[in-house]
Structure formats: C-alpha cells, structure tokens
Design a protein around this ligand. Structure first.
Ligand SMILES: Cc1cc2nc3c(=O)[nH]c(=O)nc-3n(C[C@H](O)[C@H](O)[C@H](O)COP(=O)(O)OP(=O)(O)OC[C@H]3O[C@@H](n4cnc5c(N)ncnc54)[C@H](O)[C@@H]3O)c2cc1C
Length: 386
C-alpha cells in the first residue's frame, strides 16, 4: 500500500511499520486526529470519543518475528493477538511472563493493546508488571517518525525510557508498532483455595511462600471472601495448599472460579487503589454504601490493593449511584485511596468527576505537548483525559 498519490483513507490497515509511518506522516500533515486499535476490547473503557479522522487497524502488523534468548523472549508485531503469542510459545513449554487478564486474552486483545493499556491480571504477586517484561519497543510518532529509543521519539526525552513512556499511555504518545517481551516456563500445576472473609489476605501477601495470586471477591449483597492461587511444581503446590487449608479456619480447595481473571463489571465500573492496610475499611464502606444507595455493588481485586468496583444492575441508570460512590470513596483522602471511573454508559461521564484529584496532571500535559503538539493522537483517551 503506497499512499503517495492516493487520498488518505478514513480506515487503514498498514501491512508494515514503514506503511504505518507513511500513514501517520500524511495524517499529521493534514491535521487529522488518529486512533489505533488492536483487539478493540478496551474501546468502551474511558469516556466516549469523537470519531477520529483516521482509524488504524493494527491487527495487520502481526508477525511473530522470532523467539530469542534461548526461547525466553519473543519479538512480534503490535497487532499480534496474545492468544497467538501464547500458542507460538507453547511448544517450548513457555508463556508470557507478565500476568495478563485471561478473559481479555480470550476476547482477542493484542500485544500493542496490552502494553498501551498496561493490562494486568490476578497473578501479579510473584510476576513482574507488564512494563518490566517489555524488553524493547518500536514506535511510530504522531508525525510518522519511527523510534526505538525515547531520544528517537523526541530529543528532549533522552533520559527517559521509551518502553515506560508508551506503557499505559492508551495510544496518546506514540503508536507501538512492535515489541519484544519476556517469556517464562509454564507452571506444571495450579490449585485454588477458598478462604472465608478477608482477614488472611494481608498475612498471605507477606507469607514465607507468597501465593501466586490472592484475590478478594465481594459479590453484590454477600460477604467478601479470599481466593488464593498456588502454582508451580506439583509436590510443592500440594504442600503449600495443605498448609493453607490447615492454617486458615474454613479454608477449602476449589476449582478455578468462573470469574477468575475477569473484571467486576455491572453497569458502571470504578477502579480503586487502596493502601493494603485500608482494605478492611474499603470493604466496610462498600457494605454500607450498598445498603444506603440500594444499588448492587461488586468488589473484586488483589490483596495488594488494586480493585474494581461494579455498580448497579445492567439495565439500570447508574449515574447518581456512581457519583455518590466516587464522592464517598474520595472522602477518605488520596493518601489512603484513589478512585476513578473506568467504564460507564455515555451520559454518566458528564454527570460525575470521572478522574478525581490528579497530582501528576501537569507532567502528563507537558509530555503530551512534547510528543504530540498538535494533539492528533487518540484525543481524550489517556489517563485523566490527557
Ligand atoms: C470487560 C473488560 C474487562 C477488562 N478486564 C481487564 C482486566 O482484568 N485487567 C486489565 O488490565 N485490563 C482489562 N481490560 C482492559 C484491557 O486492558 C484491554 O481489554 C486489553 O488489554 C486491550 O487490548 P486490545 O488489543 O483489545 O486494545 P484495544 O481495545 O484495541 O485498544 C485499547 C487502547 O490502547 C490503544 N492501543 C491499542 N493498540 C495500540 C498500539 N499498538 N499502540 C498504541 N496504542 C494502542 C488504543 O488506541 C486504545 O486507546 C478490560 C476491558 C474490558 C472491556
């Protein structure tokens, strides 16, 4: 696809990084806003966006280029589905090292989308965050420049790390065209243990053998419980599971919960980050809020303090309830808790303060002004809308 003479399309599927670069240079010259997508699975996160001048489907850049470092790493095009990457790593008994949400992988999420959204799943206790497993990225800037370093993206960013600049940037700073990520050996066995209540959770995350995941689940109208995942070699896993069942009153082994690795999601979803010691207060607050506002509330998250709170039955209009919940949670203060809207029906975004206090906003705006001064890349989709 050469664009030299053709009119710039509204939707494009570039077949190579060079074509993507050419597309962006043209869009930049024409001042067209641009949005890219991979699996398209996160498009209803964030407030509704206006239609971009150019929509780029990156699933056409999806070559799994090679495995290297004795099979411990892989390089692939940003549009490669994570499921395809896992399939390519499976014959050598490997999988992606970072923990990723299983239901998003099944839904068709891509390597670039995962990095752009800094996706994370429940097994984050013993695995590094995605950003730490990205070995390198190749990006295409708002003006079409291809870069493999932050200096290449903008000379003023020489001291920064390109991988970190684009992880979690939601496509607002540069387009990820290709990435190299680390793989690891797949665990031989996985076992789950259900523990009533949440008292055990805080001790487990600092235990002698930290579990692979400690997830707190509070279904609407029900008490919270803790589900623990232990994975590894069969003998070690069995010993650890027996230890957990013996030492935690009421604990039993269970199968993988059907909600495992998926988001607590009712009509609206709020992301909540809390200091781990504050989790019991958060759960009490959710119990009380549910009784006060009369909407079902579902809380699910990691014992390290990152939670998602679902509000309301799917058919309901959750605007007022969402505002009350956000305001109540924020009244504890940023020192203990941060809350932001992740997903909601379109009108709700105008009825609430979706992002809350943003101490780092100035820095985000300065960075955006440097890498995309015309504001053409994914307008409004970054954290806090930057
Ligand atoms: C129901 C639901 C449950 C979810 N659960 C979780 C969860 O448990 N944990 C979690 O971390 N996340 C979760 N997510 C969000 C998750 O991050 C995404 O679903 C997934 O990782 C995005 O991959 P994708 O390829 O579908 O990205 P897309 O939806 O295609 O894109 C997502 C964003 O990234 C940008 N983007 C995509 N590709 C690139 C690229 N190559 N370069 C630059 N920008 C790019 C897009 O412009 C867009 O802003 C959930 C989302 C939904 C809707």
């Amino acid at each position: 696809m050469s664009l030299t003479t053709d009119e710039l399309p509204r939707l494009a599927s570039p077949g190579s990084i060079a074509e993507l670069s050419e597309l962006m240079a043209r869009a930049h010259a024409e001042n067209r806003t641009v949005a890219v997508f991979g699996g398209g699975t996160a498009f209803d996160d964030h407030p509704p966006a206006s239609t971009p001048g150019l929509l780029i489907d990156l699933t056409s850049i999806a070559e799994v280029a090679d495995h290297f470092n004795a099979g411990d790493a892989v390089r692939a095009g940003a549009g490669t589905r994570i499921s395809a990457l896992n399939r390519s790593a499976a014959p050598s008994g490997r999988e992606i090292l970072a923990d990723l949400p299983p239901d998003r992988i099944d839904a068709g999420a891509t390597l670039g989308g995962m990095i752009a959204t800094a996706a994370t799943g429940p097994r984050q206790l013993r695995r590094p965050r995605l950003a730490e497993t990205v070995l390198s990225v190749t990006t295409v800037a708002a003006d079409g420049t291809i870069a493999r370093t932050a200096h290449g993206l903008h000379p003023d960013l020489s001291s920064r790390d390109l991988r970190r600049l684009v992880t979690g940037s939601w496509g607002t700073r540069a387009i990820i065209a290709e990435a190299e990520i680390r793989l690891t050996q797949r665990p031989e066995t996985q076992r789950f243990v259900w523990i009533p209540g949440t008292e055990a959770a805080a001790d487990l995350v600092i235990a002698r053998r930290v579990p692979d995941a400690v997830v707190i689940e509070r279904p609407p109208g029900s008490p919270a419980a803790t589900v623990v995942l232990i994975e590894g070699e069969a003998d070690e896993v069995e010993a650890e599971v027996s230890h957990l069942v013996e030492w935690n009153p009421g604990a039993t082994t269970c199968g993988e919960p059907e909600w495992w690795g998926s988001r607590a999601r009712l009509a609206a979803t709020i992301g909540v980050s809390v200091a781990p010691g504050f989790i019991p207060t958060l759960i009490d607050a959710v119990d009380r809020l549910e009784t006060t506002i009369g909407y079902p509330l579902q809380l699910r998250g990691n014992a390290t303090g990152s939670f998602e709170l679902g509000i309301g039955a799917p058919e309901s209009e959750p605007g007022m309830a969402t505002r009350v919940v956000l305001e109540h949670l924020r009244s504890f203060g940023l020192h203990f808790l941060a809350a932001r809207l992740i997903h909601a029906p379109a009108p709700v975004w105008d009825e609430v303060d979706a992002w809350g206090p943003q101490p780092g906003r100035r820095g985000l705006e300065e960075l955006k002004a440097l890498v995309d001064p015309r504001g053409i890349l994914a307008p409004g989709r970054g954290i806090a809308g930057v």
